[in-house]
Design a protein around this ligand. Sequence first.
Ligand SMILES: [Zn+2]
Length: 174
Amino acid sequence: MTRRRPGRDRAQAQQPDLFAPATPPSPAALQENPRPATPDLQSLPAVPRELWERLAYSRFRARFHLGAKERDYLATRGLPEVMAHAADFIATRLAPAHPDKDGRQTPWRGHPVFIAQHATGTCCRGCVAKWHAMPAGQALDAQQQAYILSVIQEWIRRDAAAPMAQSAPRPDRR
Ligand SMILES: [Zn+2]
C-alpha cells in the first residue's frame, strides 16, 4: 500500500487517471477532423472482372440495388464521403478477427454501403470468406480492407450509373 503525503493530494487529483476511458477529443479537434480519414480512392486495388460475373450468378446477391433513398444520400454526400463511411464500417465491423455480432453486423438498408456489402458478399466474415477467400477468424490487414473498399466502391459506381431498379417488375411502356 502506498502512503500518500497529505500535501500531494491536490496535485494528484489533477493528474490524469490512467484507468479512465480515453479523453474525448476536444471540440476544436473534432472540428479539425470531424470524420474518419477519407481513404485514397485513387489507389485502391483492382477488382477482377470475374468477381462481377460470379456475383451476377447469385440470385440473392444480384437482387440488391440502390433505392431512391440511397441514391439521394449518395448524391448529397458524394462518393468520397460515402467511401469514408465504408472504410470505417470495414475497419470496425469487418476487420477484427472476431467482429461483434458477426453475420448480423450489416443492416439491410439505411446506407448505400450496406446495400453494396450485401450485393458483394462483404457483409460479414462468412461471406467475405466465401466470396473473397479471406479466412474468417483472422483480422483483415490493410491490403484486404483496401480490396473490400475497392469492391464496394466499384459496385456503388456501377449500380448508381445503371437505371434505378424497380422494386417490382413493370410492364414495358413502349
Ligand atoms: Zn454476410
